[in-house]
Structure formats: structure tokens, C-alpha cells
Design a protein around this ligand. Structure first.
Ligand code: ZN
Length: 281
């Protein structure tokens, strides 16, 4: 009897492991807006050369799982948000309206992993009615609490606070407790960069390669290639920002699989499969 029990456990363990290992994801970058002004590189890179500029875009990312899950990494913004004015946004398309180009609708999104609660990464979170939303617990706590106290820090929008609290009240907010966590099959999150209080990046397996969706934990390729931090106004800790990029390089086989948050150079490295949608392959 005990033998049967033990072997059942072994078979169960093996099949759960096999299931987890067999889940992988098609990974896409979706560009839904451009920055309409010429941006000095120094806006995104600490101590960048004065003369350099950056072709900056707004993106979010889609993971299409072999397990049927359709997961967004970040959710973009709605174009009426106050902060977007400073960037003279052009070519804007509402993030949910990008999805039909890849055969999906807003209702098909099962999960949204927020790398951090900045307006351009999370304001669109209420466009996807069936999604569970994941964020680091301490990032959330700071965002809804200390950020609004005297000496609070962060370019946050009040309506986004209400959106996340609303999701929490409706039981659809998942708070992640720390670094190096597999939150969904073959999807891990890592903290330490401190772009916001406890921002995170995502490591995902597309069946061939491990890919890091760094979001604003790596603003641009210039940050990554020169191991240069975001400016002091854009991170809690410039040393942590650099350390985190060094760590990312140990987690992938090729640096080209580290995907920055706002750099249009990305589109030269990967094929377009529909208007403004690129397959990370
Ligand atoms: Zn940000």
C-alpha cells in the first residue's frame, strides 16, 4: 500500500514538473505610441553625453502561453492622462485595440504583470476585464501609501492608485512577495533595480531562449551597454539600478534577449509580425 502511495506521489510530481517545463510562451512587444519630442538621452541615462538624443517609444508586452494563458507585461496608458502631455505623444493607439492585430481581444487577457505602477505602464489596467493583476507587494504598499506623504516620491497618478485599490477590493490583485519568484508556469519575476520602490522585471521562456522583459529597469540599450543608471530622478538607488542590469546579463544566454522599456532600437533587432508588433524570437 505504501509503495503504491509513494509511486503515485512520484508520478504526480514528475507530471507536474513536466507540465511546468512544457509551458512556454510566444513573446511580443507592442508599440502603442511614440514620444513626439526629441528627447535628450540624459532624461533616461545618468551622465549621458549632452549631445545625444533617444528615439523613445511606449510599449507593453504580450506572452501567449502554450497553456492558453494570454499575459500582458504592463498595460500602457489612456491618452487623456495628464502626464502624457509632456511627451507630445504621437501615433497613439489604445492598448486594448492593438490586440486584434494578433488575433486577441481585451477579454482574452488572463493576467497582467505590472513591472511598476508608473502611469505609462499601468493606467490601461482597467481595459482588460478578465485579468488578474500582479505587482510586488512593497511596490504596491508604497504606491498607495507613503508616496502621497510628505517626502513621498514617484511620478504617479492619483487615478491609478484608485484603479489598483479597486482591483484589490474586487479580489483581482495578486501581491508578489519578493525576488526570484515563479508566479506562473515558467514565468519568474526579479526585484532589486529600484526604478520605483520595488520594481520588478520578468524572465520568460519562449521554448528556445530565456527572455528578460526589463521594462524601465533598463530604460534604453545605452543604459544596458554602458551599465549606466537611470537619472537620480528616475530611481531610488542608482547603484542598485546598475547592479540589477549586471544580474540580468547572467540570466540570459545573449544580451539581445534583454528588452529595454522605451527604446525604438528594439524594432531593428526583431521581426515585425503586424503593424507595430514585434516577435521576440
Ligand atoms: Zn517607469
Amino acid at each position: 500500500m505504501r509503495k503504491i502511495f509513494v509511486s503515485t506521489i512520484v508520478i504526480l510530481t514528475i507530471s507536474i514538473t513536466a507540465f511546468s517545463q512544457s509551458t512556454n510562451y510566444e513573446v511580443y512587444a507592442l508599440k502603442y505610441a511614440n514620444v513626439g519630442v526629441t528627447l535628450p538621452l540624459s532624461v533616461l541615462v545618468l551622465d549621458a553625453p549632452e549631445s545625444e538624443t533617444i528615439d523613445a517609444v511606449f510599449m507593453f508586452w504580450l506572452l501567449k502561453g502554450t497553456n492558453g494563458k494570454n499575459i500582458l507585461v504592463d498595460a500602457g496608458f489612456l491618452n487623456d492622462i495628464e502626464q502624457s502631455k509632456a511627451y507630445s505623444v504621437t501615433n497613439y493607439i489604445r492598448p486594448d485595440l492593438m490586440l486584434p492585430r494578433i488575433g486577441l481581444n481585451a477579454e482574452d487577457i488572463t493576467d497582467i504583470i505590472l513591472t511598476h505602477p508608473h502611469w505609462d505602464h499601468m493606467d490601461g489596467v482597467d481595459l482588460f476585464p478578465n485579468a488578474n493583476v500582479w505587482i510586488q507587494k512593497t511596490d504596491y504598499n508604497y504606491f498607495v501609501g507613503d508616496a502621497w506623504q510628505k517626502d513621498g516620491w514617484g511620478d504617479f497618478n492619483k487615478r491609478d492608485v484608485l484603479k489598483l485599490v479597486e482591483l484589490n477590493l474586487s479580489g483581482k490583485l495578486m501581491l508578489i512577495d519578493g525576488d526570484d519568484k515563479e508566479i506562473l508556469p515558467n514565468i519568474k519575476v526579479y526585484t532589486g533595480s529600484r526604478h520605483t520602490f520595488n520594481s520588478q522585471f520578468i524572465l520568460v521562456d519562449n521554448g528556445v531562449n530565456k527572455i528578460i522583459l526589463a521594462s524601465d529597469n533598463v530604460y534604453t540599450y545605452y543604459n544596458l551597454n554602458h551599465l549606466m543608471s537611470a537619472p537620480k530622478t528616475e530611481t531610488f538607488d542608482t547603484n542598485a539600478y546598475v547592479k540589477s542590469m549586471e544580474r540580468m546579463k547572467t540570466l540570459v544566454s545573449d544580451i539581445k534577449f534583454i528588452i529595454p522599456g522605451h527604446d525604438a532600437l528594439l524594432f531593428l533587432n526583431f521581426p515585425s509580425i503586424a503593424d507595430d508588433i514585434y516577435k521576440i524570437d
